[in-house]
Design a protein. Structure first.
Length: 157
């Protein structure tokens, strides 16, 4: 009878407290969740950044700005009209995929992330034939509310 009572109490505690009921797991789970959120945001925002389609630049620019904050958002906002005009004039199209994401440094509100991405780019000068491009980026990401946003972006070699 005592064993059954202990099992019932243990079950209630586990259901009520979840991961925090097992010592040591909650910090690891929180860190894993944070790494996952940063990696997902870096992947999503990088793919938005390298996507270009001269026919849909307003939507694509808005998508990049939705994932931006700080200096990056200010700079991108400042050049968005030029980006749109250049893409339309050159009839540019770029589609890409993130290959790898690596977190270089992270704390509760900031992360430095390195991203390797590949793209296929076509425009008037390529006569519509897609050319491969490889990008290596360093992103500074900042937590804003429950989102991780790009606060700075640099191309690296």
């Amino acid at each position: 009878m005592l064993v059954a009572l202990v099992l019932v109490v243990a079950t209630i505690v586990l259901f009520k407290n979840g991961a925090s009921a097992t010592p040591g797991d909650s910090r690891a789970e929180a860190l894993s969740s944070q790494y996952g959120a940063v990696t997902k945001a870096a992947r999503t925002e990088t793919e938005a950044f390298i996507e270009v389609d001269y026919k849909f630049m307003d939507e694509l620019i808005a998508k990049v700005l939705a994932g931006a904050t700080g200096t990056f958002k200010e700079e991108y906002s400042r050049v968005k009209a030029t980006l749109k005009a250049t893409a339309q004039q050159g009839q540019s199209i770029s589609t890409g995929t993130v290959r790898e994401v690596g977190i270089g440094d992270i704390d509760d509100d900031n992360a430095v992330v390195f991203v390797a991405a590949d793209a296929k780019v076509s425009n008037k000068s390529t006569k519509g034939v897609a050319q491969p491009r490889s990008y290596r980026l360093k992103l500074n990401m900042t937590r804003t509310g429950d989102k991780w946003l790009i606060s700075n972006l640099q191309f690296v070699r």
